[in-house]
Design a protein around this ligand. Structure first.
Ligand code: ACM
Length: 286
């Protein structure tokens, strides 16, 4: 995968999720979780689950061992550590987690998550890489070198950029390509919901107004999300990705003054859709 992508000038950035979205790992290695005496199963459905990693030294070491293997495989400068959707319930209720927080002088569970991420930031930096995580890593304090993917809207990205951190904008409001593209979901493949038509994607400005002009260079770009829980076939994936991905591509490489939705539509219809047809891409009809 890495070589195939590299031959096409694409860098694959792996994401190893922590400290949340960890239920499968905790099921396999109960000592990584917060209630080792009560077995947990691998979840049969997606969602945000309460079983998260503990922040013990041994668990951090386990994850750093995992990252070492990841670094051997993936040459990317950035390594994504997730950081999103980590419920703090188990840390609040666990005597061991509370003792760990006291020993580290941390005032709340958000600071424990921040401590966790800082340790990974230092670990990756020492190996010549850079940590990136979803915007929840701002909570409890952003690790010194961390870059942020702003998904819960643009605010996290604006805050991080203004504080001098690099940012990839990925807001649910414009860039979640797994969302519906009409107001009649029955006309579309089953999806997670939402409503992001083509024109909405095109209206996206990767450098939102709140970013101070001298910090704009911290916005590295934007990312379209294609979570695949509901996507069972290549045709459905094509339908969700195209042509919205064309709109996203144009708005991240075009200056704001040169954006032109009517012109985009003409070029799409006359120039690009025939290419997609030739490639057999089952794009959503205009
Ligand atoms: C996300 O969609 N949980 C980043």
């Amino acid at each position: 995968v890495v070589a195939y992508a590299a031959a096409r000038h694409i860098t694959v950035v792996p994401e190893i999720e922590m400290p949340g979205h960890a239920q499968a790992a905790v099921a396999a290695y109960p000592e990584l979780g917060n209630h080792p005496d009560v077995p947990v199963e691998v979840s049969r459905t997606w969602g945000v689950h309460e079983d998260v990693y503990n922040a013990e030294e041994s668990t951090l070491r386990f994850l750093q061992n995992v990252l070492d293997e990841v670094l051997d495989l993936f040459p990317s400068e950035f390594i994504h550590i997730g950081g999103d959707e980590c419920p703090k319930k188990q840390w609040r209720e666990s005597a061991a987690a509370q003792a760990r927080m006291r020993a580290l002088g941390l005032k709340d569970e958000e600071e424990l998550q921040s401590y966790f991420v800082r340790r990974m930031d230092a670990f990756l930096f020492a190996r010549g890489r850079r940590l990136i995580g979803w915007d929840e890593i701002l909570e409890g304090g952003l690790a010194p070198r961390a870059a942020v993917m702003s998904w819960r809207g643009e605010e996290g990205g604006i805050t991080a950029a203004n504080a001098g951190h690099d940012v990839v904008m990925a807001p649910t409001t414009y860039t979640y390509l797994d969302y519906n593209q009409t107001t009649d979901p029955s006309s579309e493949p089953l999806s997670i919901g939402g409503y992001i038509p083509l024109e909405k994607v095109y209206s996206f400005d990767p450098i939102p107004a709140g970013v101070e002009p001298e910090k704009a260079h911290h916005i590295l770009g934007a990312q379209g999300q294609m979570w695949a829980e509901y996507i069972a076939t290549q045709d459905t994936l094509d339908t969700m990705a195209f042509p919205r991905l064309c709109a996203l591509a144009e708005v991240v490489w075009t200056s704001k003054e040169r954006k032109d939705y009517a012109g985009f539509l003409t070029r799409l219809k006359e120039g690009h859709l025939p290419r997609l047809d030739a490639l057999g891409v089952k794009y959503f009809p205009l």
